[in-house]
Design a protein around this ligand. Structure first.
Ligand code: GLN
Length: 286
């Protein structure tokens, strides 16, 4: 077989599930993964022959795409904040909106910082480690800690720390049942589960069927359970003038402001993401 025949098969077999451009981008991502050729290389040699082993790999990826397994899990790797990250079904696939919160934290620190002293940062519910690792990589003298309830997620996060050449202190704990932390922090950040069960209806199948529910869902009647608990911990374990950053459910902008106010945080700021919905919030401990 040659590449253009594979591409035609992909278009035919996946057309009821995805738009044409998305199928093409799956094909090119897989081509790069399996034979190391970029889109431009293929444009120059569209009928390149492939051997039967590679053909098998394309076929098996096609089978997975038909089950709506996300391409990032099929390839096993993705990119976040310009860095590579391994991903599998035990961790959420990092989202572009989460890159925005990382950018916010980095800017906030760079603007306000008066010295190069160590900066202790804690990421709660780290998953793949994308927030913790991109902060460690971009903030001078940061000492980053990352906590998760899932041992399997932490295994991936550890691999990612190694892949990106940063040292992170990992903690395997359930934040809802944790009242003490080993040290005090300057920044606490979290992108906790925030999708209500009632929102399942609006979710895409690839997310709903394949991404870890442990990382996504909260009970309808207690949607801010993680925010409330993390704000309490932050009250005890943030240094004075320390900051808390949360990624939030777009429906809960006002409620998140109120929650941080009630917990005594000051200089609260809510921000929208690229999709123009309330997505992240910051508060300062006085
Ligand atoms: N933003 C994610 C989604 O769209 C949810 C992330 C989370 O629950 N923390 O599925």
């Amino acid at each position: 077989m040659n590449l253009s025949e594979i591409k035609t098969i992909f278009q035919k077999e996946l057309k009821s599930l995805f738009p044409k451009t998305e199928i093409d981008s799956f094909f090119y991502l897989l081509t790069e993964e399996f034979i190391g050729l970029k889109r431009i290389d293929i444009a120059l040699n569209p009928n390149k022959k492939i051997d039967s082993e590679i053909e098998k790999s394309f076929n098996s990826a096609l089978g997975e795409l038909k089950k709506e397994i996300p391409i990032q899990y099929i390839i096993g790797e993705t990119e976040f904040y310009g860095l590579p990250f391994y991903v599998d079904k035990n961790v959420l696939i990092p989202r572009p909106e989460t890159e925005e919160i990382v950018a916010w934290i980095i800017n906030e620190i760079q603007e306000k910082r008066k010295d190069d002293k160590d900066l202790n940062i804690l990421d709660i519910g780290t998953g793949s480690g994308c927030i913790a690792i991109s902060l460690a990589k971009n903030i001078l003298n940061s000492k980053v800690w990352a906590l998760d309830i899932s041992e399997k997620a932490l295994k991936i996060a550890k691999k990612n720390a190694k892949l990106n050449g940063v040292t992170i202190q990992f903690l395997n704990n359930d934040i809802l049942n944790l009242d003490e932390l080993p040290i005090k922090f300057d920044i606490i950040v979290s992108n906790p589960p925030y999708v209500r069960e009632l929102e399942k209806k609006q979710m895409q199948d690839n997310v709903l069927k394949h991404e870890p529910h442990l990382a996504l869902f909260v009970k309808d009647e207690n949607a801010l359970i993680f925010y409330s608990k993390i704000a309490d911990i932050a009250n005890n374990y943030l240094n004075s003038k320390g900051k808390i950053f949360f990624e939030i459910n777009q429906e809960f902008g006002k409620e998140s402001i109120n929650l941080l106010k009630e917990k005594g945080f000051k200089n609260i700021e809510l921000r929208k993401d690229i999709f123009d919905v309330d997505r992240m919030i910051m508060g300062e401990k006085i």
